[in-house]
Design a protein around this ligand. Structure first.
Ligand code: HAM
Length: 420
């Protein structure tokens, strides 16, 4: 047997209802908040992420599914959506149609990480991005939308925010970190020693227990923000307060991607174990220009759909029972049973039927097992009178209904039933 690749998963019928629920909520939410959907390829030039996500990130250094294609080009499966969204925005000059471009996308991403609960090598993101607005009102609106996504799904989460400053103030902070570390750099884990030379801020991402006492003693980013970044962060916080959104400020929320400036945020779920970030994002005011576009700010977030699926309340997305199971009583009833099934399906009713000319008894057994709402019996008497015998499974009640009135009858029986 050839099995699925480690870190990838089949989404099976029992679970797919939860995915569909999340996808429906996501499309609906994005439409209400003014976002247009784009679908970009899953393969891109490796360079897009080296430049976009950043050379110093774990994603680019260790986790990309990169290869040389038959034409000799360096290609990779995308590890995240943001650089692709920026590329599409620039390549198609989307700002000409949309001065404040708000775009979203849903799809698979690929990172060669160590698989565990909530962490996979192929996973899916809902990614939303806004281009062209620097005002903190957009940061607050994007965060408010992230909160709305989780509340529409019935998921509780904690919002954590931070500001990582800008190209003007971050170098001072990085220098202060290096100075504070001093000789102790050598005591940190190998990754942190590398980070100290490539991107000292990233040290705050470290989860190695032995490093924590040293990291706890390091300076905080908010003491190094320039006036413009401090004002911006104050603006974001006051607008979150105006929306009555609770948040915790954590100076350690530096995020694992190189492009962030100013606001960063994550929403953490409960009961998910170590991989508890349901979504994460932030502002990236230089990325569009760095990728060859005009000098435009940007902000967005991505939610991990696998983690949303894990965090959804239990009952969401359970399979709906079909409306009806058509049972043919006797040889002569089969053609009429098949036509009845077709007509009900075309009238919008989920309808099942057997195939292999089985006995009425075994059809009924199957109808029972399939959990349908109604069994529809067609035999010689029904054919002669153009009626169908309708058995309501829940009550056992049985009645004759004319063929013409049948679809309406079944629909009426359905109203009042709660659909998830
Ligand atoms: P990220 O924090 O790398 O940010 O990923 C966002 C979310 O994707 C995470 O919070 C998590 O829910 C999910 N995720 C990431 N890696 C995995 C994995 N291996 N398995 C399962 N889920 C995962 C970004 O990707 C940025 N592009 C977000 C962004 C958009 N920033 C600005 N705009």
């Amino acid at each position: 047997m050839i099995s699925a690749i480690r870190g990838t998963r089949d989404i099976l019928p029992g679970e797919v209802g939860r995915w569909q629920r999340i996808e429906r909520v996501a499309h609906d939410l994005c439409a209400r908040y003014g976002y247009a959907e784009v679908r970009t390829p899953v393969i891109e030039r490796e360079e897009l992420f080296a430049k976009g996500t950043g050379e110093s990130t774990d994603i680019v250094q260790k986790e990309m599914y990169a290869f040389t294609d038959k034409g000799g080009e360096r290609i990779t499966l995308r590890p995240e959506a943001t650089p692709s969204m920026v590329r599409a925005f620039v390549e198609h000059a989307l700002e000409q149609d949309l001065p404040c471009a708000k775009l979203y996308s849903l799809g698979p991403m690929f990172r060669y990480e160590r698989p565990q609960k909530g962490r996979y090598r192929q996973f899916h993101q809902l990614d939303v991005e806004v281009f062209g607005i620097a005002d903190p009102a957009v940061d607050a609106e994007v965060i408010e939308m992230a909160c709305a996504l989780l509340s529409d799904l019935g998921i509780d989460a904690e919002l954590v925010i931070n500001s990582v400053g800008c190209d003007a103030c971050r170098p001072r902070f990085s220098e202060a970190l290096i100075a504070a570390l001093g000789e102790r750099v050598g005591e940190l884990c190998g990754d942190c020693q590398r980070r100290a030379t490539t991107n000292p801020l990233r040290i705050f991402d470290c989860k190695v227990p032995a490093d924590q006492p040293i990291i706890d003693g390091l300076p905080h980013s908010d003491d190094f923000l320039c006036d413009a970044c401090r004002d911006h962060f104050a603006g974001v916080k006051s607008q979150l307060d105006a929306y009555a959104i609770p948040y915790r400020v954590s100076h350690r929320l530096v995020r694992g991607l190189d492009y962030y400036t100013r606001t960063t945020f994550e929403m953490l779920g409960t009961g998910l174990g170590a991989q508890n970030a349901l979504l994460g994002g932030g502002r990236y005011d230089h990325l569009v220009k760095r990728l060859g576009g005009p000098d435009r700010p940007g902000i967005g977030f991505a939610a991990g759909l696998e983690r949303l699926v894990l965090a959804l309340p239990e009952a969401v997305g359970e399979a709906e029972p079909a409306d009806a199971f058509v049972v043919a009583f006797g040889e002569a009833a089969w053609p009429a049973a098949r036509l009845l099934t077709r007509d009900l399906r075309r009238a919008g009713l989920a309808t099942l039927i057997d195939y292999e000319g089985r006995s009425a008894k075994s059809q009924m057994k199957r109808a029972n097992r399939s959990g349908v709402r109604h069994m529809l019996i067609l035999g010689d008497d029904e054919l002669a009178s153009n009626q169908v015998t309708v058995k309501t499974m829940e009550t056992g009640h049985q009645q004759s209904v004319s063929r013409e009135a049948l679809a309406d009858h079944l629909r009426a029986a359905e109203t009042g039933l709660n659909r998830v």
